[in-house]
Design a protein around this ligand. Structure first.
Ligand SMILES: *[C@@H]1O[C@H](CO)[C@@H](O)[C@H](O)[C@H]1NC(C)=O
Ligand SMILES: *[C@@H]1O[C@H](CO)[C@@H](O)[C@H](O)[C@H]1NC(C)=O
Ligand SMILES: *[C@@H]1O[C@H](CO)[C@@H](O)[C@H](O)[C@H]1NC(C)=O
Ligand SMILES: *[C@@H]1O[C@H](CO)[C@@H](O)[C@H](O)[C@H]1NC(C)=O
Length: 255
């Protein structure tokens, strides 16, 4: 009897532990998104369906999951949101699309976004983000679209971004970035449009040499071209005479 009840309570305990663990595990991503919600002003209530008591965030509006109920998209462009991002976004390990463009978001871009190694598109353009572009974004080896334009980002462009070989679209224009624009790796593709209207970028693609570096492709030193010999009249006439004589002689032989 006693043994049986010990076994029963052990099984019940085990079950509770498993359920609890499963519950906690299943909600890592929901909790991460809910911390984002808690940090934002949402005047249009676009995050109203973000209920943290649900098993996972897959039924929330503006969130898309894969077949394993893991978040692959967050689509919140043009949603009138303000506030700052949270580092917990770095926990969405299968996230491919983070679309937060055209809002009123401010503060820094969390360096934890560099943990989102499955990210294909990071669209933070047309917001009020400030501070540097995190060096960690260079770890996003699957990234194809990186649009950070029209913010107040400052500091240098991290060299680490040239490591992202999949990068197809880069827009860093209309910020307050300074220093050299890398031109190696993936950056060999990008034109001045990607970097336009910043505080003080320099390097070949900007048309502005970096301080202390030699000007790019210096023009060859100017060499006075040698004067072209203008034939004088006498020599022309003499040559003409010779030619006419040659023609006359051959005509005479012929006749
Ligand atoms: C992201 O990765 C860094 C370095 O590995 C780690 O310190 C940080 O806690 C991670 N962030 C998140 C949100 O997991
Ligand atoms: C944008 O956010 C700032 C605070 O970061 C706030 O003062 C301002 O009212 C917001 N503007 C709009 C249009 O939501
Ligand atoms: C981005 O910023 C530039 C310069 O302030 C501005 O001319 C342009 O209209 C902005 N882009 C959009 C889509 O608002
Ligand atoms: C580029 O990636 C390689 C390999 O991961 C790393 O060793 C190197 O430091 C990276 N370069 C930059 C500029 O981050």
């Amino acid at each position: 009897m006693v043994g049986e009840s010990v076994t029963t309570s052990f099984v019940v305990c085990l079950l509770i532990t498993v359920l609890l663990f499963h519950h906690v595990y299943a909600n890592v991503e929901g909790d991460a998104l809910h911390s984002l919600r808690a940090n934002l002003e949402d005047p249009n209530s676009v995050l109203q369906s973000w209920d943290p008591t649900l098993v996972n965030p897959c039924t929330w509006f503006h969130v898309t999951c894969n077949n394993d109920n893991s978040v692959i998209r967050v689509d919140l462009g043009n949603a009138a949101l303000s506030g700052t991002l949270v580092p917990q976004l770095g926990l969405l390990k299968n996230l491919q699309y983070l679309e937060l463009y055209s809002n009123n978001l401010s503060g820094p871009i969390p360096s934890d976004l560099g943990n989102l190694t499955n990210l294909v598109s990071l669209d933070l353009y047309l917001n009020g983000f400030s501070g540097p572009i995190p060096d960690t974004l260079g770890k996003l080896s699957k990234l194809r679209f990186l649009r950070l334009n029209n913010n107040s980002l400052d500091g240098p462009i991290p060299m680490s971004l040239t490591n992202i070989t999949s990068l197809q679209v880069l827009d860093l224009s209309n910020n307050r970035l300074t220093g050299p624009v890398p031109d190696s790796g993936s950056f060999s593709l990008f034109t001045p449009i990607s970097f336009a209207n910043n505080l003080a970028l320099c390097g070949p693609v900007t048309g502005r040499p970096c301080p202390g570096s030699p000007p790019f492709s210096p023009p060859p030193p100017f060499v006075q071209p040698p004067p072209i010999a203008t034939p004088d009249c006498t020599s022309v006439l003499q040559n003409l005479k010779k030619i006419l004589k040659l023609i006359w002689d051959s005509l005479k032989d012929f006749l």
